[in-house]
Design a protein around this ligand. Structure first.
Ligand code: ZN
Length: 103
């Protein structure tokens, strides 16, 4: 599913670069967001990192619009919920795309 992962994501007035990364020293990191560098890193070993990208984007939204007030558990729960809604409602999600890309 890496072909679905964008190289950049825009949130507010910021553009975050999305990178694929392997954490050799750690096995418990699926993703990481570095706000000062406007960088989202995803575990390159994950065959489908779309849920992790939703989670990291939620961290960015929280940082840009909410002064980073959400705790990790809240980001995790909301991220899972948003991922499920996006995944299970493809017709509605496609309605946000420009007409030429809806098929
Ligand atoms: Zn997190």
């Amino acid at each position: 599913m890496w072909h679905c992962i964008p190289s950049t994501v825009k949130v507010g007035g910021h553009t975050y670069t999305v990178q694929r990364r392997i954490w050799e020293e750690r096995d418990d990191v699926d993703g990481q967001t570095l706000h000062r560098l406007r960088l989202i890193r995803l575990d390159g070993r994950d065959p489908d990192p779309r849920d992790t990208l939703v989670h990291e984007i939620l961290h960015v939204i929280d940082y840009v619009y909410n002064a980073g007030q959400l705790d990790e558990g809240t980001v995790r729960r909301l991220g899972e919920g948003i991922y499920q809604v996006l995944r299970d409602n493809p017709v509605w999600v496609r309605s946000f795309l420009p007409k030429a890309r809806r098929s």
